[in-house]
Design a binder for this molecule. Structure first.
Ligand code: 2IT
Length: 437
């Protein structure tokens, strides 16, 4: 860790992500000296390649704008680099290195042959017109195109990158290369996308939580659920929680959170899509429309809930929030955003005897269905919703089984240890088999 801190100065998020993983891996590596002999941990914390580039574009007023673009190609031991693109003003190299590092282990957990990577830009989509978004995406892809490909690196969406952006990015790649390939996932259904990819992260997270509640002899029906965010992940999770009979009482945005004691219903859940499409990054209008309460500048974790699921961004649930949740009787905290909780939260939950699961396990359904989209593109064939859903369920159950296998300590499950060790083994063994590269 001293070396990682010295080599990556100021990269707090990356250091946090590495620390959480390494703490859980060291005992395992000590028991299995081959990993130490091959310096696998030291290799894994160094990305295979980092690409950083200028993204110039012209706004609707005719002014030149300059953003910074990135792609971190972290690890290709078990497949092409795979992972999303994040467009958000908070994006730095540290953000994308933490996300890329997490993605390596997450993708390994899915059981599919995907390496790990992440990319994006500090571009802020808030308030931008469709034409501005298109010009930005075209400029971004003009550089990115030379580094990616269906057998090399396959990006997808993340915060700020949804179906519209993937469309603009795909169009520009196809125009530059004159190739119609599965170079991106999250494509529209009519042009190579997989059915259920938009729902997959949220659905997968709920399937995972369903496995978690079973371990305590309980079920999702009747549970009170607090979600944060109002984007793609929150939408998918809300749909599935509602279908399974849970009551969803909160959503949130950068402006504050909504408390809706009556619970979200399909009409309210569909309204999230409208809020997102407005490009304003606010949830306040929900309160006026549906007669709920808006708490400006606050986070949902002060409400009483059985299941808390952060679905927005990293470090959005901290130690004080977790203490409040535990005192209020919360039984499960399941990260659906990547590293949704600060470092103190997982150990606190373990001590208190409530279940905590990390993002790399809980939210892996998104990239898993991206993997299924890649398979369908290679087959030049489309699976039905039932086929994709069944495979997604199977994968989430497998990930849960892996967490139990590697994370059981006495009569408790340490999902953080289970996910980290379970994700690590396959990548580490592949790295050893492929020699010092
Ligand atoms: O964090 C994630 O796993 C994603 N944003 C999805 C990545 C993907 O390649 O589908």
């Amino acid at each position: 860790m001293d070396k990682v801190i010295a080599k990556n100065p100021g990269e707090d998020e990356f250091i946090q992500a590495v620390q959480e993983v390494v703490e859980k891996l060291i005992p395992y590596v000590e028991e299995n000296p081959k990993y130490k002999a091959h310096k696998i941990l030291e290799k894994m914390v160094e990305p295979e390649r980092v690409i950083m580039f200028r993204v110039p574009w012209i706004n609707d007023q005719g002014e030149v704008q300059i953003n910074r673009g990135f792609r971190v190609e972290f690890n290709s031991a078990i497949g092409p680099y795979k992972g999303g693109l994040r467009f958000h003003p908070s994006v730095t190299l540290s953000t994308l290195k933490f996300l890329g590092f997490e993605q390596v282990l997450k993708n390994s957990l899915t059981t599919l042959p995907m390496g790990g990577g992440k990319g994006g830009s500090d571009f802020d989509p808030k308030g931008k017109s469709d034409n501005e978004i298109m010009r930005f995406c075209q400029s971004f892809m003009t550089e990115l195109a030379r580094h990616i490909g269906p057998n090399t690196d396959v990006p997808a969406g993340d915060i700020g990158v949804g179906g519209r952006e993937i469309g603009f990015l795909f169009g520009q790649y196809k125009r530059l290369r004159n190739e119609f390939t599965g170079v991106l996932t999250g494509k529209g259904i009519e042009w190579g996308g997989s059915i259920l990819r938009p729902e997959a992260t949220g659905f997968g997270a709920v399937y995972f939580v369903d496995e978690m509640v079973k371990t305590i002899g309980d079920k999702i029906a009747g549970k009170v659920v607090g979600l944060s965010g109002f984007g793609n992940v929150t939408w998918g999770a809300a749909l599935k929680f509602y279908e399974l009979g849970a009551k969803i009482i909160t959503i949130s945005g950068p402006d504050g959170y909504i408390y809706d004691p009556a619970g979200l219903n399909p009409e309210k859940i569909e309204y999230l899509l409208e809020l997102r499409a407005s490009n304003n990054d606010v949830v306040a209008p929900y309160a006026a429309k549906f007669g709920a309460t808006f708490f400006p500048g606050k986070r949902p974790w002060e409400q009483k809930m059985d299941i808390a699921m952060p679905c927005a961004i990293q470090n959005e649930l901290n130690e004080a929030d977790a203490k409040k949740l535990i005192a209020n009787g919360t039984k499960i905290i399941a990260e659906s955003s990547n590293m949704g909780c600060t470092a103190e939260v997982a150990p606190l939950c373990f001590e208190a005897g409530i279940l905590f699961a990390p993002g790399k396990a809980v939210n892996a359904g998104g990239v898993a269905v991206s993997g299924l989209e890649m398979s369908q593109n290679s087959l030049r064939f489309n699976w039905t919703a039932e086929e994709v859903d069944q495979k997604l369920k199977r994968i989430m159950k497998d990930i849960h089984d892996t967490c139990v296998k590697f994370g059981t300590i006495g009569n408790k499950i340490d999902y953080v240890q289970g996910a980290n060790v379970g994700g690590f083994v396959k990548v580490a063994d592949a790295m050893i088999a492929q020699g010092h590269v």
